[in-house]
Design a binder for this molecule. Structure first.
Ligand SMILES: C[S@@+](CC[C@H](N)C(=O)[O-])C[C@H]1O[C@@H](n2cnc3c(N)ncnc32)[C@H](O)[C@@H]1O
Length: 219
């Protein structure tokens, strides 16, 4: 099945609200713990989260790494509003800051000590621009961890995944999940993107039936 693009930003307030209310605790905690497992020596510094959504991952990351400052970047105003509330509620406003900007528009190169991103890449029309910005943002020798959905082989297979993992979720979330699966990349496509960007030191893993993970040190 070919990739079917979905709208880039999640800027419908109802959509952002439904996403923020959904329970991604296991997946998101797994993501930050995977970072720790991949990079046991990492302990402090400035971390960028590209496409941070409602900031559940920046909050979990900041809790796991008390010596880190996290900047979450998302170009959806409703999403950033929700993330500001969540950060305040978590009492982490001194260490987690948020920026409502497209990753293409964020100024800065060699500024971060690490970068993370979950579920952003499938939103982007041009995935190479994502890898370019990721490499540009981090200092030489910094760890990066990126995770996203895998595109299934057919619309029917995508629907089966939605039914299996989001049976009881609101319609808006099920619709977004389905559209996201259709917009996602295959493992081969991710490998080709990394090769094109000279990022082949980063390793791809497929931890389950619907995700890929790319991690490693960026030089
Ligand atoms: C599926 S959500 C993932 C949120 C979060 N990373 C998580 O795992 O919960 C993707 C987010 O990326 C944002 N986004 C899409 N394109 C973007 C861009 N070019 N620059 C910044 N944010 C973007 C969307 O607005 C949305 O909030």
């Amino acid at each position: 099945m070919n990739r079917v693009l979905e709208p880039e930003l999640m800027d419908d307030p109802k959509q952002a609200e439904a996403y923020a209310r959904a329970d991604f605790a296991e997946e998101n905690q797994g993501f930050v713990e995977r970072f720790k497992e991949y990079f046991p020596e990492f302990s402090h510094g400035l971390v960028l989260d590209l496409g941070c959504g409602p900031a559940d991952i920046p909050i979990r990351f900041a809790k796991l790494y008390p010596a880190c400052q996290v900047i979450g970047i998302d170009a959806s105003a409703p999403m950033i509003q929700l993330s500001e509330q969540a950060v305040k509620q978590a009492g982490l406003a001194d260490r987690v800051t948020l920026r409502c900007e497209r990753i293409d528009d964020v100024a800065g190169a060699n500024v971060a000590d690490a970068a993370i991103s979950n579920s952003l890449l499938h939103h982007l029309p041009n995935p190479l621009q994502f890898w370019h910005r990721l490499r540009q943002f981090v200092k030489h020798g910094s760890p990066v961890l990126v995770m996203d959905l895998l595109r299934p082989e057919s619309p029917e297979a995508a629907q089966a995944i939605v039914d299996q993992y989001a049976a009881d979720e609101p319609d808006i979330l099920r619709r977004d999940f389905y559209n996201s699966l259709l917009a996602a990349f295959t493992e081969d496509e991710i490998g080709a993107q990394l090769a094109k960007m000279n990022l082949t030191r980063l390793l791809i893993d497929v931890p389950d039936d619907r995700h890929w993970v790319v991690g490693g040190i960026v030089y």
